[in-house]
Write a protein that binds this ligand. Structure first.
Ligand SMILES: NC(=O)c1ccc[n+]([C@@H]2O[C@H](COP(=O)([O-])OP(=O)(O)OC[C@H]3O[C@@H](n4cnc5c(N)ncnc54)[C@H](OP(=O)(O)O)[C@@H]3O)[C@@H](O)[C@H]2O)c1
Length: 365
């Protein structure tokens, strides 16, 4: 399968509701109309009068065109009647673009209001990051979901990243920040975590030390793991014991979603990493490592979490292209397939808001 499809806006549970925030990418049903008043000298641009030109509409009550949000009248009424914080409602001009007229003829446009979000992400029910990503509290998400929110991507805002100083982990950290997440990087050596960022905190710890994981788990909405090591040549259980500790900490804190990177060739993908890996690397170079990865996957599968195991082919440090194959048929018995760490991170982050592979183990190449 080629990426780009998936279940959007599906229910994502997260532990302690009072601490939970969610990152939203609402439906884009149109763009700026010609009557918008906007100062483009700042980033994000400053809009002082809003004009939304509809092109196509999948029916959601919350819509966007960067950096602003509009809501249907029925959502506006529900918001006015709520005690939620961090927004005010204002007038918006709406009009139909050419595509709207082609698609729907003279179908009337929905009556809308401008949702002016004024709260800070993670502090108010409706908040914005410094780059205008929309972050809402659990009660706000509940209200939005009581109306129509099918085309909106919803993912937990606060994420914990394991292996944050490694190749894939560094990509996960920078791409998660770019997407608007609040990131906690779990690292044995905090000094090696890059980049510095206002939405990045570092939790010092070791996966073999349960207490450090338990402390880092407070307030998290999901976990991404890119754990790995170089102690290949003697038997050890770093991956499996670390993952067992991780799952225990997640269960203790009610954190449900785990996206974990393992490798093509593990579990039911055996034989798909190419002949060189199947007949030489796995049995002769990395037998202990592969055995521990098998145990790691078994522990995840046996858990009651909302897990996704991501199995890449050979990793490269190539750039993010966002074009890769994924699914159970990825890989080849003869050839070694490759994928960049940047693309693996892209795919892993998508699993936070997409249930297509829930409790499954897609390969990626
Ligand atoms: N290389 C390939 O071609 C390939 C192919 C398929 C799958 N994979 C798998 O993909 C995963 C990611 O690989 P990668 O090369 O991107 O990562 P990597 O550079 O090997 O990084 C591994 C990360 O795990 C951390 N770590 C190791 N032991 C830890 C511990 N006890 N507690 C906390 N953190 C610990 C490391 O921290 P430190 O910086 O402190 O060491 C590092 O941040 C690995 O599981 C790897 O086996 C690799």
């Amino acid at each position: 399968m080629v990426h780009g499809t998936g279940t959007r806006g599906s229910p994502i549970s997260s532990g302690h509701p009072e601490l939970s925030f969610f990152l939203l990418s609402p439906e884009v049903a149109g763009g700026w109309g010609s009557h918008i008043q906007v100062d483009r000298r700042t980033h994000p641009p400053l809009v002082t009068r809003m004009h939304y030109e509809f092109e196509g509409w999948l029916g959601d009550d919350l819509l966007t065109t960067f950096p602003e949000f509009i809501v249907t009248e029925r959502l506006a009424t529900a918001l006015e009647q709520s005690s939620l914080s961090g927004f005010r409602l204002a007038d918006v001009k709406v009009s139909a673009g050419d595509l709207w007229e082609q698609l729907y003829g003279s179908r009337p446009l929905p009556k809308c209001r401008w949702l002016r979000v004024s709260g800070r992400a993670g502090a108010a029910d409706f908040g914005l990051t410094e780059l205008a990503h929309l972050v809402v509290s659990a009660p706000a998400l509940e209200l939005l979901r009581s109306l129509t929110l099918r085309a909106c991507e919803v993912s937990p805002w606060q994420v914990l990243i394991l292996g944050a100083t490694g190749g894939t982990g560094r990509q996960l950290v920078s791409q998660a920040l770019e997407r608007g997440h609040q990131v906690t990087a779990f690292a044995r050596n905090p000094g090696r975590v890059r980049p510095r960022h206002e939405r990045l905190t570092v939790a010092q710890g070791d996966v073999l030390d349960y207490r450090s994981l338990d402390t880092a788990m407070t307030g998290q909405g999901a976990v991404l793991s890119a754990l790995g090591h170089k102690r290949w040549f003697y038997p050890n259980r770093i991956l499996s014991t670390g993952t067992r500790n991780l799952i225990q900490a997640m269960e203790h804190h009610g954190v449900r979603r785990l996206v974990c990177e393992t490798a093509l060739g593990i579990g039911n993908s055996r034989g798909r990493a190419g002949l060189y890996y199947t007949l030489f690397v796995a049995p002769f170079i990395l037998p202990f490592y592969f055995r521990d990865k098998e145990r790691q996957e078994e522990i995840i599968r046996a858990s009651s979490l909302d897990w996704v195991i991501v199995r890449p082919g050979m990793l490269t440090n190539g750039r993010r292209r966002r074009r890769y194959r994924h699914g159970s048929d990825v890989g080849h018995w003869l050839w070694t397939c490759r994928v960049s760490r940047a693309d693996v991170a892209d795919f892993m982050l998508r699993q936070l808001s997409d249930d297509t592979y829930l409790r499954r183990s897609p390969g990626i190449c």
